[in-house]
Design a binder for this molecule. Structure first.
Ligand code: ATP
Ligand code: MG
Length: 424
């Protein structure tokens, strides 16, 4: 036998039982973004490597060690997108969507990072995200947070996630803070790991999001960025807090929250849960007012977030907030005897015309009643329609309920739809 080929480590198949859950989640997301007037943007999965280096930052986990980068046949360096914001800004600049305009956009799709695969962390994973452009005041920061909060509410998990927010202030404020942070870290150099020592040189703020527990403990007592905020950023943050208060959104101010990407300024936030173990951040985002210009466009403010769909599905699964079994069919149409196939197909087609919500599966391949009913059961159908030569001759169909204890009944074809409405 030939050797089987397996999927790439950290890149998962989504089989029918899983994909049914994903479809439920995606449907809620599409409905929510539409209800806020956001429009979808789809960008390629592959971009120039420079796009991510220039936006996410050279000295970040993603760019330093997680990107899938390869040479195209002509030698260009390309990268499988590790996140969506850089691509959205690139596309927005390229097609004139951003300058002097306001945009509320969303996207959903696969992202790629070479990380150690574990629960909630994969090499191909999926994000849903929103990106807004041209809006400076904190009301839009509040809006994207409200949008995410509405998702939790619709999924019934609002009690399982908490919102952490912080402000990174202006560039100048961060520069001033950097001094204080470096002084502190220099005084505790012996407790820093190799990565952090390197970052202390190249990009000290990155030490704050080290995942090493010893470094995290040290960072707890470091000076707080929050104390270095400029007045405008402080006022911006105050307005955000007030808007969240008014909307009844609970939050914690976490002065250590810096996020793992360089492009953020002012607002940063994360929705975290303790129901998923180590991979507790379900959704993260913030404001990135410098990014559009940094990527060659005319300066324009930006705010957005990205939500990890695998983590959301895991959370919904863990909390039993999602249907586990999504039957393939509601109605299973049998065809008993070879001469009934065309008639059975016609019945199935007419039911699909009658109600677009009905999932109608037609038996293919013949076989006796027992075999066909077994298939109907496997498909999860609520009713089977029995169609034999007698039914065909009389233009009738026998309805056999498969769940519960309803009675079998035979009805004329033109009364079938009505009869099914009362059964399903
Ligand atoms: P983490 O700290 O968990 O590595 P991150 O800060 O790298 O997350 P972001 O770049 O902000 O994550 O991405 C936003 C969201 O995408 C995360 O909050 C998470 O839900 C999800 N996510 C990020 N990386 C992965 C991954 N490798 N596998 C699955 N989901 C991921
Ligand atoms: Mg990460």
């Amino acid at each position: 036998m030939a050797k089987t080929i397996q999927a790439i480590r950290g890149m998962n198949d989504c089989l029918p039982t899983e994909s049914a859950k994903w479809q439920q989640v995606e449907a809620v997301i599409r409905q929510v973004v539409a209800s806020y007037g956001y429009q979808e943007i789809r960008t390629p999965i592959v971009e120039s490597t420079d796009l991510f280096k220039r936006s996410i930052g050279e000295v970040t986990d993603i760019v330093e060690k997680e990107m899938y980068t390869f040479a195209d046949r002509n030698g260009d360096s390309l990268t499988l997108r590790p996140e969506g914001t850089a691509s959205a800004v690139r596309a927005g600049n390229e097609h004139g969507l951003i300058y002097n305009q306001q945009q509320r956009l969303w996207y959903m799709g696969p992202m790629f990072r070479h990380e150690r695969p574990q629960k909630g962390r994969y090499r191909q994973f999926h994000q849903f995200g929103v990106e807004t452009y041209g809006l400076e005041s904190a009301d839009i920061d509040a809006e994207v947070i409200l949008l995410s909060a509405r998702l939790w509410k619709l999924f019934g998990i609002e009690d399982a996630v908490t919102l952490q927010i912080n402000s990174l202030g202006s560039n100048e404020a961060r520069q001033n803070y950097k001094q204080a942070l470096v002084t502190y870290l220099m005084a505790h150099q012996s407790q820093l790991d190799e990565d952090s020592l390197r970052r202390l040189e190249s990009n000290p703020l990155r030490v704050l999001d080290s995942k090493n527990p010893q470094v995290q403990a040290l960072v707890k007592d470091a000076p707080s960025l929050f104390d270095y905020l400029d007045d405008d950023s402080k006022a911006h943050f105050d307005l955000l807090c007030q808007l969240l208060d008014d909307a009844g959104i609970r939050y914690e101010i976490n002065p250590r929250l810096v996020r793992g990407l360089d492009y953020y300024n002012r607002t940063v936030f994360e929705w975290v849960t303790d129901s998923l173990g180590a991979q507790g951040t379900v959704c993260a985002g913030g404001r990135y007012d410098g990014l559009v210009e940094q990527l060659g466009g005319k300066a324009s403010p930006g705010v957005g977030f990205a939500l990890g769909l695998e983590r959301l599905v895991l959370l919904l699964d863990t909390l039993q907030k999602i249907d586990q079994d999504m039957p393939a069919a509601d109605i299973y149409v049998t065809a008993l005897g070879d001469d009934t196939r065309a008639f059975a197909s016609k019945v199935a087609e007419s039911l699909r015309d009658t109600d677009k919500q009905w999932r109608v599966m037609l038996h293919c391949g013949g076989g006796n009643l027992k075999k066909q009913l077994k298939r109907a059961d496997k498909a999860g159908a609520s009713v089977a329609l029995l169609i034999g030569s007698e039914e065909m001759a009389n233009q009738q169909v026998t309805i056999k309920p498969l769940r519960g204890n309803g009675e079998q009944s035979t009805v004329a074809c033109n009364e079938l739809a009505e009869a099914l409405f009362s059964v399903l």
